[in-house]
Design a protein around this ligand. Structure first.
Ligand code: GDP
Length: 519
């Protein structure tokens, strides 16, 4: 990770596990989160009033794990988990899957199990509502066994705990089991390094500005740090913990609300600490540009080129591939080598493989699963090719296995994305605005920096926010059309399809050069 300067610093201290609660609707996720949150306050923590900031920490008050902490993501349901995963964020260490003892294993229970298993996150089962007269925990164990989940009391490897989120029964035991699971993971961090972590949620708060809840996953975050999250950066102006206390520092596995970012990054965006604002600005600008470009020409489906782009903004974590080949041997060899390209961050998943021509059904599958199709010594049928064009499914054909592997490895390392560089060539200030009927708005400007060329693209900035991007429709010196105006000269300017220029706006002109890489 280029942005994380301390990526190689060794993790030396144990850190608290981060836990997500999932399960079917009404099985008790919210109740369980609420009970645990309230219990810790009742137990006399400072502050007393819980703040809902999207995550909270609890400390075990007694028992075998006395003094140990657990951090909960305080957003029940699967969206938070999948949204973060979709952005490549690895936040959760252990998942608690809640199943109501008066019900059964339900579709969202299965989904929760699948999500956790796909992410390689251990599960602890909470068999909830055992206070209810109709509760039948044994049936839940049996249901689970039908899903190939054997719980401990049935001789399996999954820990389970009977609980009542309503009455508070079995909760301490459940948390002990979570800690036991966490212990096996040997979670470590180093509070001396610069902070890294993930955005849990962010929003604009009237009065306080942009507020982001972030989870410090490693290192220590301090007030005054220059934080970079997604396309935004700023100095951490203040930090508030989950009990509403103002704090100055936050160590590993701590959720905090921070003030100081000029915008709301997305849940799942990673954050880093930068040494200088200049460096932070540079990366933030680059990310913003990538996001803008991606939204301009986002492809319907993944392509090798798209991988680099998604990767750069952190939305790439799984490459789905369909492999077709001429004979069994080549299909197997290619699939095996592709699977080996998986890294900790990006999983390669062969969702289908087979011998023979690339068919319509291969393309349809690629479309639903957002997959690329790799053909080795085979070709698509005409109809398959047609659908692939319409659906923007990438079909890559090879006759040498080694070439296929190399190209995909390069793509996964972000080497195949077209490289684009933006250069700002000039800046002007808008000093007067003339509205002229039929022609539109003409801005009377002064070039403060660089030069302004008619052919360059422009960006209108008001109070630091880009409000328009487009092209120049006219550039004039007095009455004459000109191609260029240089520093310290005045000019008149109008922008294609944009008449909302105001005095005080800054207009930037820029060039984008694309260095196409050939595959
Ligand atoms: P969620 O949809 O999974 O978040 O489920 P909730 O926490 O909202 O719970 C759904 C319903 O089940 C609510 O009416 C809760 O009061 C009830 N409930 C949750 N846990 C228990 C429990 O342990 N015992 C009983 N009797 N009711 C519970």
């Amino acid at each position: 990770d280029a942005v994380d300067k301390d990526a190689n610093v060794e993790d030396t201290e144990p850190r608290a596990p981060i836990v997500t609660i999932m399960g079917h609707v009404d099985h008790g996720k919210t109740s369980l989160l609420d009970y645990i949150r309230r219990a810790r306050v009742a137990a006399g923590e400072a502050g007393g009033i819980t703040q809902h900031i999207g995550a909270y920490s609890v400390e075990m008050k007694d028992g075998p794990n006395k003094g140990k902490k657990i951090t909960f993501l305080d957003t029940p349901g699967h969206e938070a988990f999948t949204a973060m995963r979709a952005r490549g964020a690895k936040v959760t260490d252990v998942v608690i899957v809640v199943v109501a003892a008066d019900d059964s294993v339900m579709p969202q229970t299965r989904e929760a199990i699948n999500h956790a298993q796909n992410a390689g996150v251990p599960i602890v089962f909470a068999i909830n509502k055992i206070d209810k007269p109709g509760a039948n925990p044994a049936k839940i164990r049996e249901d689970l066994s039908k899903e190939n989940i054997l719980v401990e009391s049935w001789g399996g490897k999954y820990q389970e705990q009977e609980v009542s989120a309503k009455k508070g029964i079995g909760i301490a035991e459940l948390l002990d089991k979570v800690l036991l699971e966490a212990e096996l993971l040997e979670l470590k961090a180093n509070s001396d390094r610069t902070a890294i972590g993930t955005v849990i949620e962010a929003s604009l708060d009237k009065g306080r500005g942009y507020v982001a809840t972030i989870l410090v996953q490693n290192g220590t975050l301090k007030v005054g740090d220059i934080i970079l999250a997604g396309p935004y950066f700023g100095r951490v102006r203040a930090m508030v913990d989950d009990l509403g206390n103002r704090i100055k520092e936050a160590g590993p596995s701590t959720p905090v609300q921070i003030l100081g970012l000029p915008g709301a990054p997305q849940a799942g965006d990673k954050f880093n600490i930068m040494e200088t604002e200049r460096e932070a600005r540079e990366i933030a600008n680059k990310r913003e540009q990538i996001i803008r470009e991606q939204s301009l020409r986002a492809r319907k489906h993944i392509t090798l080129e798209e991988i680099g782009r998604r990767k750069a903004i952190g939305t790439f974590h799984q490459l789905n591939v369909i492999v077709k080949g001429d004979v069994d041997g080549s299909v197997e060899a290619l699939s095996d080598s592709l699977l080996k390209l998986s890294t900790e961050e990006v999983q390669v998943s062969i969702i289908h493989k087979g011998v023979g021509q690339i068919s319509e059904s291969d393309v349809n599958l690629a479309s639903t699963a957002d997959a690329i199709i790799i053909g080795f010594q085979v070709r698509p049928s005409n109809s398959a090719r047609k659908i692939a064009d319409q659906e923007e499914i990438e079909i890559r054909l090879y006759s040498i296995i080694y070439d296929a592997i190399n190209e995909i490895r390069d793509a996964m390392e972000g080497l195949l994305a077209p490289k684009e560089e933006e250069t700002i060539v000039g800046t002007i200030e808008v000093r007067e605005v003339f509205k002229i009927s039929k022609i539109g708005t003409i801005a009377g400007c002064y070039v403060t920096d660089g030069s302004f060329k008619r052919s360059n693209k422009v960006r209108v900035i008001r109070e630091g926010i880009v409000i328009h991007e487009g092209e120049i429709s006219a550039l004039k010196r007095f009455k004459d059309d000109v191609n260029e105006v240089r520093t310290n000269f005045e000019c008149g300017l109008s922008i294609k399809g944009f008449n909302d220029i105001e005095v005080g706006d800054t207009i930037e002109s820029y060039e984008i050069k694309e260095v196409k890489r050939t595959l």
